[in-house]
Write a protein that binds this ligand. Structure first.
Ligand SMILES: Nc1nc2c(c(=O)[nH]1)N[C@@H](CN(C=O)c1ccc(C(=O)N[C@@H](CCC(=O)O)C(=O)O)cc1)CN2
Length: 283
């Protein structure tokens, strides 16, 4: 399952909407990215997001904070960006240092600017099918499943991982589409046995090549949302692709979709905040 092509189409559509907003209001949609510390992978992801914004005609503001930033300093920064009328979307790059209360930081993002779908308000709205922004990777996964016309109703979906921005929300989105969802995690007994029952597997745990072909039910759909150093996914692609009907690669699968959804949601946030109607909403 190629994510790069669909991602390009989503970004092209977002770029069209961004230019329409600029033409009609004189306002350029703007994403603020906040990076705490100097983790090289996080810095790369933020650079990628800003570069794609620039290509799509979306402005970005970059806030780099030192690793020693406290929770209250980070909350203040995110609070100021939430109040800033020139900023339409806010992204706090995860993970932040262990000394920071990441939940408190996420909650400092105003829901209408939470284009990364990380607040409890966004999670609740997404879970109940109400307007709001989905977490970007889960949103991208659902679009990819739709792109490949994967039927979900009544299918057994197994999500490996329960992180607040990936595993948990993707399970809720699958549930909303009438899949029978099982969450697996570090305390799950006999992960292989659970996986072998799955029609759809979403690997979202961050452990390189944890899932191998022998754990995949023949004909299953496998989504590898793992991001590990060196662009290695959570799934052993070679052995899993021998049994899967559809499988996402790393790179070129879920990753590009994550950034595409972020851009689309930023433009949608700008459209709502500028009070513009007539530019299609993404959700
Ligand atoms: N606040 C957030 N933090 C993090 C998120 C997130 O969605 N919101 N997700 C991950 C990492 N991530 C975005 O931040 C991310 C990872 C990988 C890619 C991607 O496109 N990867 C490419 C390969 C990259 C390369 O060529 O070096 C691919 O898979 O094709 C996008 C986003 C953690 N943090």
């Amino acid at each position: 399952m190629d994510g790069a092509g669909p991602a390009r189409r989503i970004v092209a559509e977002a770029a069209g909407h961004a230019s329409e907003i600029a033409r009609r209001t004189g306002i350029t949609p703007c994403l603020a990215t906040v990076l705490v510390g100097e983790d090289p992978a996080s810095a790369t992801y933020v650079r990628m997001k800003r570069a794609r914004c620039a290509k799509a005609g979306i402005a970005s503001r970059f806030v780099a904070l030192p690793a020693a930033t406290t929770t209250s300093e980070l909350v203040d920064t995110l609070g100021s960006l939430s109040q800033d009328p020139e900023v339409h979307g806010i992204l706090l790059q995860h993970p932040v240092g262990a000394h920071i209360d990441e939940r408190a930081a996420f909650e400092a993002i105003a829901p209408e600017k939470d284009v990364d779908g990380v607040t409890m308000s966004s999670f609740g709205a997404m879970s109940f099918g109400l307007p709001g922004f989905a977490s970007c990777t889960p949103g991208g996964i659902m679009r990819l499943l739709d792109e490949y016309r994967v039927e979900l109703a009544g299918r057994r979906a197994v999500v490996v991982g329960r992180s607040p921005i990936l595993g948990k929300p993707v399970g809720m989105l699958l549930l909303a589409r009438d899949a029978t969802v099982t969450y697996c995690h570090s305390r799950t007994a006999d992960l292989g046995a659970v996986l072998r029952e799955a029609d759809v597997v979403v690997a979202a745990v961050g452990r390189p090549r944890l899932i191998r072909g022998q754990d995949i039910k023949p004909g299953a759909v496998v989504i590898d949302a793992g991001y590990n150093p060196g662009n290695i996914g959570d799934v052993d692609f070679d052995s899993a692709s021998e049994r899967a009907r559809l499988i996402t690669p790393v790179p070129g699968g879920v990753g590009p979709m994550t950034i595409a959804v972020l851009l689309a949601q930023t433009v949608d946030a700008a459209r709502r905040q500028t009070g513009l109607t007539g530019v299609r909403a993404d959700r």
